[in-house]
Each structure stands twice: as structure tokens, then as C-alpha cells.
Ligand binder design. Structure first.
Ligand code: OAD
Length: 247
């Protein structure tokens, strides 16, 4: 409990906070993470079959159906106590929320201005031009996947970032600026294995920020953290908000 109070104190004293979230923050909403043993998606599926441009070229239907299955699960999930506590916290302080998650649970919990580094699973784009394809057009043009309305050789594809692809430049630039400008950085529920997202806490530290991590398991960043809270996000974040309110 003391560590949660320490985090609340640091957050309250901070002028600018950066929070980086990963799949772990949505785990308690029932959405599988990627790398947890047994339950993680990458323990059951191979990323090179499903989450690369080459995989989509090889078997677009397989990739399309896998994302449709995940989109369905996400649509049925609800934000959990951690998403809600973060949105509450942002109403009390200057907080930039950067997520690697492609679900929309932060936004549905009430967070605004979320920087989504890996895109959004609810979006569909043209595989050639990257232009958005509207849900209305998709409903009228079924297919697995349908051809893109924006380019002769294009297909509809999920609006997420795959391995080997660049992150959206604007989002990355904004996240890195927030890292350079914050005085507290908090990483929640990320294995910190995928760059450039995983580099944000170190970037913030290089610019003088204090760094805390919330994760039930150690990560490559844990030893560099000023405070490691070895709890789930759904337990820790409401407790931090509570400590913020009552200290
Ligand atoms: P990972 O699946 O790699 O890591 C999830 C982390 O969440 C692990 O460190 C777990 O210990 C932790 N965790 C599990 N349950 C938790 C809970 N209830 N509360 C807090 N933490 C919990 O997910 P990411 O780090 O998000 O990329 O993965 C990064 C990227 O790799 C993803 O965005 C995705 C994936 O391949 C793309 O799709 C481009």
C-alpha cells in the first residue's frame, strides 16, 4: 500500500505526467494480452502468420477473419477499473495517455486525446493508400476482405500497425514530445519489448522524469524504474486514485 501512496504523491506533485499503457491494462476486461504464457495471443498464434504485411499478402482472408474475431471480442468488452481511474486522474492533472492498445477502452472509459501508437482495430483502411474506409461502405460491401474503394489493387485491411511497419508519424512525434516534457512517467501493463513504444520511459528518464511501473510481472524496464508496483492495473489504479483523493 505504501508504494501506491508514493505513486499518488509523485503524481500529485508532477506538473506533467506521461502514462504508457499496454495490453495488460485491458486484461481485466477479458481481452487477451500478447505475451502472457498460456493466455497470451502469441502463445496460441504466430505473429508472422497474422500481424505482418507479408502475412496479409499471403492470406488476406485469414488475417481479416482473425482481426474480425478480435474486433468482436473487444466490442463486447467493457473498460475496467484501471481505464476508469486513469480517465478520472486526467481530469485532475495534466496527463498525456499513450497506448499501444488497438482497443478503444481508454476512450470508452472517458479518456480524451489518447495517442494510439499502434492504430485502432475498429478502423479499416485501404492496403495501398492507407485511406480510411467507412463502416457504412463496409456494411454494404461485404468480403473477406472486400476490395478497397480507394485503389484498384487495394484491399480493405485493419487500421492497425503490423510488425515491420512504421508507426503513425504524428502519434509517435507527440508521444516522444510528451516523454521529453514530463516529470513523471508511468508504464502500465506492457512487457516493454516492442519499440519505439518501449523506449518512451527511458526517453522521459533521460530528460529527468521519475519513472514508475505497474505490472504483476517483471519487464526489461523494471530494474530502471524508481518504483515498481507488482500488482494488476485493476487493483493498483483505483487505489492510486483513492490515495490521491485522501492524502
Ligand atoms: P504484452 O502481451 O507483450 O505484455 C502484456 C504485459 O501486461 C505483460 O508484461 C504482463 O505481465 C502484463 N499484465 C498482464 N495482466 C496484467 C494486469 N491485469 N495488469 C497489469 N499488467 C498486466 O503486451 P504489450 O506490451 O502491449 O503490437 O505488447 C506490445 C505490442 O506487441 C502490442 O501493441 C502488439 C504486440 O505485438 C502490435 O500489434 C503492433
Amino acid at each position: 500500500m505504501q508504494t501506491l501512496h508514493e505513486l499518488a504523491t509523485r503524481l500529485k506533485q508532477a506538473r506533467r505526467i506521461l502514462v504508457l499503457t499496454g495490453a495488460g491494462i485491458s486484461a481485466e476486461s477479458g481481452i487477451a494480452t500478447f505475451r502472457d504464457a498460456q493466455t497470451g495471443l502469441w502463445s496460441r498464434f504466430r505473429p508472422e502468420d497474422l500481424a505482418t504485411p507479408a502475412a496479409f499478402q499471403r492470406d488476406p482472408a485469414l488475417v481479416w477473419r482473425w482481426y474480425a474475431w478480435r474486433r468482436e471480442q473487444i466490442a463486447q468488452a467493457q473498460p475496467n477499473a484501471a481505464h476508469i481511474a486513469l480517465a478520472e486522474l486526467a481530469r485532475r492533472t495534466s496527463l498525456t495517455l499513450v497506448t499501444q492498445n488497438v482497443d478503444d477502452l481508454h476512450q470508452r472509459a472517458g479518456s480524451t486525446g489518447v495517442i494510439a501508437l499502434h492504430g485502432a482495430i475498429a478502423r479499416t483502411v485501404c492496403s495501398v493508400t492507407g485511406r480510411e474506409i467507412s463502416p457504412v461502405w463496409l456494411a454494404a460491401n461485404p468480403g473477406e476482405p472486400p476490395r478497397s474503394p480507394h485503389h484498384d489493387r487495394g484491399l480493405a485491411r485493419p487500421g492497425v500497425v503490423w510488425f515491420g511497419e512504421e508507426l503513425p508519424a504524428e502519434a509517435l512525434t507527440a508521444a516522444q514530445a510528451a516523454a521529453r516534457g514530463c516529470d513523471v512517467v508511468l508504464a502500465i501493463g506492457t512487457s516493454a519489448l516492442v519499440y519505439p513504444a518501449a523506449g518512451l520511459p527511458a526517453l522521459a528518464q533521460q530528460h529527468g522524469a521519475w519513472f514508475a511501473e505497474i505490472n504483476p510481472q517483471p519487464t526489461p524496464l523494471t530494474s530502471a524504474a524508481d518504483l515498481a508496483i507488482v500488482q494488476t492495473a485493476g487493483y493498483a489504479m483505483p487505489a492510486v486514485l483513492d490515495a490521491w483523493e485522501n492524502r
